[in-house]
Design a protein around this ligand. Structure first.
Ligand code: URA
Length: 247
């Protein structure tokens, strides 16, 4: 669709106005429904006076909702029909994760973008029992402001897996796009990637969604602004510092 300059997207997704404009989102972007529960979690996270233990508790809750939503959006081909016998002996027609040619369950891999993405690993493991984890360390060069890849370690099965790529925040989208390129370089098909984040700027969402139209991007909020220092506005401040208590 020929929609969405970054400004249009920012306008449509001005904080609190999300549900009114679902048509303004690129097709590959999903925002968690802004229920009162979700808004409550965000209210705690966005409050500058929230103490660290509370920040961690509510961030972890929001992560689990995010991952349940993301798993619910995996492609149809990730599932196959199965019939089980209920305790009373009757049949239940259900689904399970699709199996590979060898008969093993198709694997799910989580890849975190360090440092903040690492905070999301326990929440993913809590909802995806058999997930395998990889890591990518990308840091922004303070002089050039460009992201630089310092380290990556990925499970060998990544090319045949559904991949949940995770970072707590997306500002410009540059680090996320570099992380996606690392996955593509490891033969992971773009359509197998679901990028999950808690808070994204409209500009970052727009950049990622257009650069990689086949991946799925799932977030719990899209904020309109980005400061000159590349902080999301209103945002949550420095997520890693608040979560790890390094402020
Ligand atoms: N990283 C953060 O932790 N917060 C932002 O707003 C942007 C990048």
């Amino acid at each position: 669709r020929g929609l969405n300059t970054r400004c249009e997207l920012a306008e449509a997704y001005r904080y609190g106005d999300m549900d009114g404009h679902p048509e303004a989102l690129p097709d590959n972007v999903r925002v968690l429904e802004q229920t009162q529960q979700v808004r409550h979690l965000h209210t705690v996270l966005r409050n500058r006076n929230t103490e660290r233990d509370e920040f961690v508790f509510y961030a972890n809750r929001l992560m689990r909702l995010l991952f349940e939503h993301a798993l619910g959006g995996l492609p149809e081909s990730s599932w196959q029909k199965v019939t089980v016998t209920a305790p009373d002996g009757s049949s239940y027609e259900g689904v399970r994760r699709a199996t590979t040619a060898s008969g093993a369950a198709a694997s799910l891999v989580g890849v975190s973008v360090l440092r903040a993405g690492e905070t999301m690993e326990p929440a993913l493991a809590a909802v995806a029992k058999d997930v395998r984890l990889g890591k990518i360390l990308i840091q922004t060069n303070p002089e050039t402001r460009e992201p630089e890849l310092h380290y990556h370690r990925l499970p060998t099965s990544i090319a045949e897996s559904q991949v949940i790529l995770m970072d707590a925040t997306v500002a410009t989208g540059a680090a996320a796009m570099m992380a996606v390129r690392v996955l593509l370089d490891h033969d992971c098909p773009e359509q197998n990637i679901t990028f999950c984040t808690l808070v994204a700027s409209a500009a970052g969402v727009s950049a990622i969604a257009y650069a990689f139209p086949k991946l799925r991007l799932v977030t719990t909020a899209i904020d309109p602004g980005l400061s000159d220092a590349y902080y999301i506005e209103p945002g949550v401040g420095n997520f890693g510092d608040r979560y790890f208590g390094t402020t």
